[in-house]
Design a binder for this molecule. Structure first.
Ligand code: TPP
Length: 339
């Protein structure tokens, strides 16, 4: 990192830590809700929260975030409330997409968060498109897109990286290398020595950062965003991580891998790393940590209780929002469904 690397202030570091803890506690509850049949599917980011929170914390208000389905920490860092996310995960009437999207596929125009897109790698193209538009309009905003190692084999990755390099677009690519794409290990995904190396072919820098070091992730992202804004173009940041859980709550990772690597990665926990760092700076102690966890736990209780009481979206809403003028076949279907 260069001498000008923007480092997070103490207040910002504490905020990042709180958001990482919030993400960990929230996801544990979401998985319990899934087991109780209240949420159909969830992709846990356990062990990867620190990287997601840290990179999104480097964004400016006017920038755009393009998350994927394993980006909960980034959503919280960007300002998504636990209530709004629970409504989305449960598909209640308060969900902005009215229960029509897969769980985790949240979007917010106000917070400048593009919708999670199910096809792997799509977000890369969308973020590149936004960055291209920003450049043409001479806007100040940059785009940050999160994706996994498996997405580096997608069409979207190559198309997005190529155009971003050609036009020196203000976009930052964060590739969470958590070493698995569902059951496919990294060695079967690519023969490249690193994922960061792929940037070289497209003519811009690719760097590797430890995803369990939130300060390093923040600084690398802040520096890449600064490059993007000054017209120097894109950056690919590969964050080293490990997907500790199954691919989603519907996956059983024991069927295709052993527990040993995960056990070793648990000791590299970004949450613990930052907590120890804050303690060493005299900014944090065990009592504050217990209080924080207690407060967040109670807030999660309140949000879950509220979300469970929210009514489902009305069936009539199924037909809304797609066509300015509803085609005849949908009008007929609507008549069949509604009393
Ligand atoms: C184009 C496309 N192909 C396949 C899938 C099915 N699929 C969903 S997630 C996933 C794995 C993605 O792995 P990775 O990008 O490494 O992210 P991770 O889940 O490990 O965080 C696959 C193959 C899909 N959604 N889209």
């Amino acid at each position: 990192m260069s001498a000008e690397t923007p480092s997070p202030s103490s207040a910002h570091l504490l905020e990042i830590y709180r958001t990482i803890v919030q993400t960990r506690l929230f996801e544990a509850r979401v998985i319990a809700l899934n087991r109780h049949g209240k949420i159909s599917l969830y992709a846990s980011s356990e062990g990867e929260e620190a990287g997601a929170v840290a990179c999104a914390s480097a964004l400016a208000a006017g920038d755009w975030l393009f998350p994927d389905y394993r980006s909960t920490g980034a959503l919280f860092a960007r300002g998504v409330s636990m209530s709004a996310f629970l409504s989305q995960l449960m598909g209640t009437g308060n969900d902005s997409s009215k229960g029509r999207q897969m769980p985790t596929h949240i979007a917010s125009k106000e917070l400048r968060i593009a919708s999670v897109s199910t096809p792997v790698g799509n977000g890369i193209v969308h973020a590149t498109g936004l960055a291209w538009a920003a450049k043409l309009r001479k806007g100040p905003e940059a785009a940050l897109v999160l994706f996994g190692d498996g997405a580096t084999s997608s069409d979207g990755f190559h198309a997005g990286m190529n155009i971003a390099g050609v036009h020196r677009l203000p976009v930052v690519f964060i590739c969470r290398n958590n070493q698995y794409a569902i059951s496919l290990p990294l060695a079967m995904q690519t023969a490249s020595k690193t994922l960061a190396a792929k940037a070289e072919a497209y003519g811009f820098p690719g760097i590797q950062v430890d995803g369990s070091d939130p300060i390093a992730v923040y600084e690398a992202t802040a520096q890449a965003l600064a490059r993007a804004r000054s017209g120097e173009g894109p950056t690919l940041i590969e964050t080293a991580a490990y997907r500790l859980g199954g691919h989603t709550t519907s996956d059983d990772a024991k069927r295709y891998r052993t527990d040993e690597p995960g056990n070793a990665w648990r000791k590299r926990d970004g949450l613990e790393n930052l907590r120890l760092h804050l303690e060493s700076l005299g900014l944090w102690d065990t009592e504050q940590d217990n209080t924080l966890r207690d407060e967040i736990g109670k807030e999660i209780d309140r949000c879950v209780t509220r979300a469970l009481e929210e009514p489902s979206p009305p069936v009539s809403s199924l037909f809304d929002d797609v066509y300015a003028e509803m085609p005849r076949h949908l009008q007929e279907q609507r008549k069949d469904v509604l009393p």
